[in-house]
Ligand binder design. Structure first.
Ligand SMILES: Cc1cc2nc3c(=O)[nH]c(=O)nc-3n(C[C@H](O)[C@H](O)[C@H](O)COP(=O)(O)OP(=O)(O)OC[C@H]3O[C@@H](n4cnc5c(N)ncnc54)[C@H](O)[C@@H]3O)c2cc1C
Length: 236
């Protein structure tokens, strides 16, 4: 979302940039009810249906909904989980909880953050994905995902994200009101914890003393984006 002529000029000037140019696409007219001078198309961007993607992947593997309470190396390099099941290799992808990963690798240097999103109805439906300081993503029938806020203060060992709170909701609504007209009707809200690290870098690899044990973590604010590439690197 380009709000000023200066931003529009910057977008056009940067389209020759050696690193950014490939991603800065055409400038499109702003839909009715949206404040701005143009919509800069980010080439190669897309929205992943995360739930659909996970359902598709889960259908191809055996899923067991049990917590890993015991993880023990065996002499032949295999591992037992919860005392019974034996596995040739184990890959830990525990997210912000990271109980076993930190036990076996040491502290990952987390600076966990949390975020809140809102499910909103817009009276003037722009009909496209919009992003500025926050995002507005269409879910159909005039409903949108508005997100996500940024909150600090997650204690090590917290199992669940904090409850949605009014000040973060207000921050999101104030942001959206700056760029969309019409009424914004909040219909639901959600929160989640980001497994951020202090240096904002992911952690992945195979254990130096246990070559059959791997981990992928620290995916922070962009895990959906980065996980496929990192998983591929880990596997190869
Ligand atoms: C508000 C918000 C907005 C975000 N927006 C974006 C975005 O726009 N784009 C993007 O790319 N990313 C985004 N992210 C980041 C993304 O959600 C995370 O980076 C990603 O979920 C991390 O994936 P993960 O698999 O490492 O961890 P998780 O998604 O946390 O998954 C870890 C899983 O391991 C399980 N687990 C942990 N310990 C055990 C155990 N002992 N036994 C069994 N199971 C265990 C957990 O229950 C969980 O299911 C956002 C995150 C938040 C909170």
């Amino acid at each position: 979302m380009l709000r000023t002529v200066q931003e529009l000029n910057d977008w056009q000037a940067l389209s020759d940039h050696p690193a950014l140019g490939a991603y800065l696409g055409a400038i499109h007219p702003v839909p009715g009810g949206v404040h701005g001078v143009g919509l800069g198309e980010v080439r190669g961007s897309f929205r992943l249906n995360v739930v659909g993607f996970l359902e598709h992947m889960r259908a191809q593997v055996e899923v067991r909904n049990e917590s890993v309470e015991r993880l023990e190396p065996q002499r032949d390099g295999s591992w037992t989980i919860n005392g019974t099941e034996r596995f040739d290799r184990v890959l830990l992808a525990e997210g912000y909880q990271a109980r076993w990963t930190e036990h076996l690798w040491g502290p990952l240097g987390f600076a966990r953050t949390w975020g809140q999103g809102l499910n909103v109805g817009l009276s003037l439906d722009p009909g496209v994905m919009l992003h500025r300081s926050h995002f507005l993503l269409p879910d159909g029938n005039g409903l949108y995902q508005l997100g996500a806020s940024f909150g600090w203060g997650i204690e090590h060992g917290d199992q669940d994200p904090p409850e949605a709170n009014a000040s973060q909701a207000e921050e999101l609504l104030n942001s959206a009101r700056e760029w969309v007209d019409g009424s914004i009707d909040v219909q639901g809200q959600w929160t989640g914890i980001r497994p951020n690290t202090q240096d904002r870098r992911p952690r992945w690899g195979w254990h130096p003393e246990h070559p059959t044990l791997g981990m992928l973590n620290g995916l922070g604010s962009r895990g959906t984006l980065h996980a496929p590439l990192l998983a591929q690197e880990l596997w190869s």
